[in-house]
Design a binder for this molecule. Structure first.
Ligand SMILES: C[S@@+](CC[C@H](N)C(=O)[O-])C[C@H]1O[C@@H](n2cnc3c(N)ncnc32)[C@H](O)[C@@H]1O
Length: 432
């Protein structure tokens, strides 16, 4: 039976349009600075590479937002790159290049050193040899001080899905049709088996199967039909990336960087707080949150800053409300560990101030409700960033940015409901 795959990865149907604010350069720099580290300066002309860029939505938004920076997308699926190049042309983007290549070939042919390298939806879905090549690319092409964003599937949240993926993969090797058709019919069969009693002891898997039925079958095919579906423990990934010469900074998903009081279920907080060994703490946090995917941020040769420098760069970050952000309570936030009730006495004045216009951290720290409590402000802003209410502002504005406007029109023509927010070098409203 034809497998519709290249090196075990689905290539006969296109991956849909997705956008992740967490892999945008301004976001990555801001998160590193919130963690107290020096980071590439988005006000200077920087270089950014995405490995496994798909149809390039994330890179296109970044390239339109940062006209003075240079972007490179690498992917081995020519159909994906054709869409990406079409969008770049429509946006008049001359600062972006899409390279048709596998990771091993790119690693040996590339001569550019990057300030940022990002990869999303790739690492856990490809053969071990390709993972090694991807990491070799990072080791060879990331500048000292450069940031590496790595998204992957992790335990224990993804563990239960191993049997589901295994079934869908085996099924797809034994039925005709495109990968999308195989994924859809395989999932339907699993649903019927579920009704007949399969997974009776795993209600979470049954609930997940129901949700998966709502997804675009092409998305399902990329997610589940690979011959190399490989969730890992975060500590194991940190060890592998560490061996390539990079250090783990924290999560690009800022929810995970919040104090345990906010990001760990109540009864487990005491346990997490008492663990001193970082690897053990990270393991317990993944277990406490039942994490199924992670967006980890690494740096090559991180340069720790002194207290003054750390505070100065934090003070200088300017924040802005994103379009459609609520400015009034109640302040209840959906999070991976359930609903969190935010403190109205802090959040109300903070959002009120931001409703009047962008403000720097230093300015917000002077609000009477927050005076003398920079730690609380840091936590509050990260919670609001996580919920897409607040976002850092890019340091060099691009008034009337023609590229952002043309790219927005291309999105609209292609039914991609993503709104560019040029002042923040991001977009809102995931097209999925
Ligand atoms: C799930 S998609 C993710 C696309 C994009 N990063 C995103 O998040 O929207 C994975 C991409 O990795 C590419 N890919 C998989 N294995 C690859 C390899 N060995 N070399 C280059 N690209 C690869 C696929 O063609 C696909 O476009």
């Amino acid at each position: 039976m034809a497998t519709n795959r290249t090196d075990g990865y689905t290539t006969d149907v296109s991956y849909p349009a997705f956008f992740y604010k967490e892999m945008q350069p301004l976001w990555l720099t801001s998160v590193a600075r919130l963690l107290g580290l020096a980071a590439p300066d988005p006000a200077l002309p920087f270089t950014f590479c995405e490995l496994g860029c798909g149809i390039g939505i994330n890179l296109l938004v970044a390239a339109a937002s940062h006209p003075d920076a240079r972007f490179v997308g690498v992917d081995f699926n020519p159909a994906h790159l054709q869409t990406a190049r079409d969008a770049a042309r429509a946006g008049g983007l001359e600062n972006i290049e899409f390279v048709h290549s596998g990771f091993a070939d790119f690693s040996s042919s590339n001569r550019t050193q990057f300030d940022f390298i990002a990869t999303h939806g790739v690492w856990s879905w490809i053969a071990p040899a390709h993972r090694a090549s991807l990491l070799a690319c990072v080791a060879a092409s990331l500048k000292p001080g450069g940031l590496f964003y790595l998204h992957y599937m992790c335990h224990p949240g993804s563990t239960d899905m191993l049997a589901v993926q295994h079934f869908l993969n085996v099924f797809s090797h034994h039925v005709p049709g495109t990968s999308a058709q195989q994924a859809r019919t395989g999932l339907e069969l699993l649903r019927q088996l579920g009704e007949a009693g399969l997974f009776v002891d795993k209600p979470a898997v049954l609930a997940r199967l129901r949700k998966l039925g709502e997804l675009d079958p092409s998305h399902l095919a990329h997610e589940f039909l690979t011959d190399h579906w490989h969730p890992q423990h975060s500590v194991e990934v940190h060890r592998q990336v560490g061996a390539a010469g990079l250090s783990y900074l924290g999560s690009a998903d800022v929810f995970n960087n919040l104090d345990p009081q906010l990001s760990i279920p109540g009864r487990l907080q005491g346990v997490v707080n008492r663990i001193a060994a970082p690897a053990l703490a990270e393991t317990v946090k993944d277990m406490a949150r039942n994490s199924h995917q992670r967006m980890d941020l690494f740096q090559r040769e991180p340069r720790p800053l002194g207290r003054e420098a750390r505070l100065a760069q934090l003070d200088a970050i300017v924040f802005k409300l994103l379009p459609g952000a609520p400015t009034q309570g109640p302040f209840s936030f959906a999070t991976p560990i359930g609903n969190i009730e935010g403190p109205a006495e802090i959040l109300a004045p903070l959002l009120q101030r931001l409703a009047a216009g962008p403000a720097s951290f230093a300015e917000l720290a002077r609000l009477p409700a927050l005076a003398g409590q920079p730690g609380l402000l840091l936590q509050s802003l990260q919670l609001l960033m996580f919920r897409e209410i607040v976002h850092p502002v890019k340091p060099v504005p691009t008034p009337g940015n023609p590229h952002a406007q043309k790219l927005a029109q291309w999105f609209e023509r292609h039914g991609i409901s993503l709104r560019l927010v040029d002042e923040c070098a991001t977009a809102v409203g995931n097209p999925s």
